[in-house]
Write a protein that binds this ligand. Structure first.
Ligand SMILES: *[C@@H]1O[C@H](CO)[C@@H](O)[C@H](O)[C@H]1NC(C)=O
Ligand SMILES: *[C@@H]1O[C@H](CO)[C@@H](O)[C@H](O)[C@H]1NC(C)=O
Ligand SMILES: *[C@@H]1O[C@H](CO)[C@@H](O)[C@H](O)[C@H]1NC(C)=O
Ligand SMILES: *[C@@H]1O[C@H](CO)[C@@H](O)[C@H](O)[C@H]1NC(C)=O
Ligand SMILES: *[C@@H]1O[C@H](CO)[C@@H](O)[C@H](O)[C@H]1NC(C)=O
Ligand SMILES: *[C@@H]1O[C@H](CO)[C@@H](O)[C@H](O)[C@H]1NC(C)=O
Ligand SMILES: *[C@@H]1O[C@H](CO)[C@@H](O)[C@H](O)[C@H]1NC(C)=O
Ligand SMILES: *[C@@H]1O[C@H](CO)[C@@H](O)[C@H](O)[C@H]1NC(C)=O
Length: 356
């Protein structure tokens, strides 16, 4: 019994546990705040580079642009930075001492526009493992993001987002359609489709995907997808909008891990700036209304049909009852008539006998 349990429990746990990246993906960001740990909303900026296998500081020039702060917040899944941000030349002012703060990996970072990923900005790779945090005239940006995230403030139809991931580059894939977020079934999902989603989000490609396999009552939008589709807008991979998918279970929702592969990066590659579905909500509502009307008409027809059958059957029995009654009445009359006849004939015969 215990042997069976020992065998079954890890299997069950494996089935329930969500797919997760072993660690952060290349280019992932985190904000390290005054309490030392990576915080969700504010802190000194760090980046993870896969080639170095570590988290490192990002150095920017003094008075650096607000596009950078907004880019950082957008990559982390927020609508933008709170104010223009600030930068710190001496990280220890934030209670994270220079010793604790990792050496810089990027320097001279400059964003000419607000991008969905920091590695789309201009930068120089730091090749020397420096002793000091940032060189003269540069500092680590201290970023404060606005608490409302991209997904909670006015998403657009066709928007994609990754939820509940440890890093912003991974999570449960959801698509915003018909005024609500819904998941994607992993049954027909491919890595090419993952590339599509990741590109819409500003990454270069997908690392891997798997079923989220965590129970939950989530709306499911998509199941059938074009397997070869790797368009930089995910909406090109499905025929949308669809009605809620009922042929898929929430255990099969897609958990996706994206990455920014600098060798695959092409600055001309578009990202989700223009991936909205203009017709989305209206058509879906129209289809939904049509479906409801169709169901109503069919059920009304069925009810009418059943009623007609019942009424016909009722009439039939009534008819027979009536016929039977008439028949019986007629028979009764006849019997009476016959018995009267018999009586008469008896009288006649009596008379006759009397005559005889
Ligand atoms: C700092 O980060 C920790 C998590 O590491 C978080 O609990 C705390 O609220 C953050 N503080 C601020 C001021 O953001
Ligand atoms: C956005 O906010 C919602 C609710 O406020 C939360 O459930 C969701 O996980 C957040 N998404 C991201 C990508 O942070
Ligand atoms: C950084 O701040 C700490 C404590 O505030 C101070 O001891 C140190 O000298 C400062 N370093 C520089 C380079 O300013
Ligand atoms: C810095 O750390 C000290 C001791 O750990 C603590 O008393 C102080 O409040 C911290 N300062 C900030 C700004 O968090
Ligand atoms: C990070 O990795 C790159 C590429 O391997 C290397 O050139 C660079 O020196 C490394 N940077 C640090 C700070 O170790
Ligand atoms: C599927 O996607 C590929 C690549 O984008 C495209 O060439 C093909 O026409 C698509 N097929 C359908 C049926 O939409
Ligand atoms: C899609 O995949 C094809 C074949 O692998 C590749 O040539 C093309 O560049 C990809 N397109 C995008 C937008 O990634
Ligand atoms: C988005 O696409 C539409 C039509 O496909 C086009 O008219 C519009 O200019 C595009 N907008 C941007 C910002 O590229």
């Amino acid at each position: 019994m215990t042997a069976v349990l020992q065998l079954l429990v890890p299997l069950l746990l494996a089935a329930i546990a969500p797919v997760q990246a072993a660690g952060p993906s290349n280019g992932d960001l985190r904000l390290v705040n005054s309490t030392g740990g990576p915080s969700a909303l504010e802190g000194a900026l760090q980046i993870y580079l896969a080639t170095n296998g570590t988290w490192g500081a990002v150095c920017v020039r003094a008075g650096s642009n607000k596009e950078l702060y907004n880019t950082v917040c957008q990559q982390l899944g927020y609508t933008g930075a709170d104010g223009t941000g600030s930068y710190v030349t001496n990280v220890s002012v934030n209670n994270v001492t220079n010793d604790e703060f990792p050496a810089p990996l990027l320097t001279g970072v400059q964003c000419s526009s607000v991008y969905p990923h920091l590695l789309r900005c201009g930068y120089t790779l730091v090749t020397d493992v420096m002793e000091d945090i940032c060189e003269d005239g540069t500092g680590v940006p201290y970023v404060t993001c606005m608490s409302s995230n991209l997904t909670s403030s006015g998403p657009y139809p066709g928007q994609v987002a990754l939820f509940y991931g440890e890093w912003s580059s991974e999570g449960l894939l959801q698509v915003y359609l018909n005024n609500r977020w819904g998941t994607v079934c992993s049954e027909f999902f491919t890595l090419a489709n993952g590339d599509s989603v990741c590109q819409q989000l500003g990454y270069t490609n997908a690392l891997y995907y798997g079923p989220y396999s965590q129970y939950g009552i989530r709306w499911i939008w998509l199941r059938e997808l074009n397997a070869t589709c790797n368009s930089s807008c995910f909406k090109d991979c499905y025929t949308a909008p669809t009605i809620r998918n009922i042929y898929c279970s929430n255990r099969d929702d897609v958990y996706l891990v994206c990455t920014f592969d600098t060798t695959r990066y092409d600055s001309s590659l578009p990202y989700g700036r223009n991936c909205s579905l203009e017709y989305g909500t209206l058509t879906a509502a129209f289809i939904a209304v049509l479906m409801i009307l169709f169901c109503l008409i069919v059920s009304v027809y069925i009810i009418i049909f059943i009623m007609r059958v019942v009424v016909a059957a009722y009439h039939k029995t009534e008819h027979y009852k009536l016929k039977d009654k008439r028949h019986r009445n007629r028979r009764h009359d006849f019997d009476e008539y016959r018995s009267s006849l018999d009586e008469n004939s008896m009288i006649l015969s009596n008379d006759y006998t009397v005559k005889d």
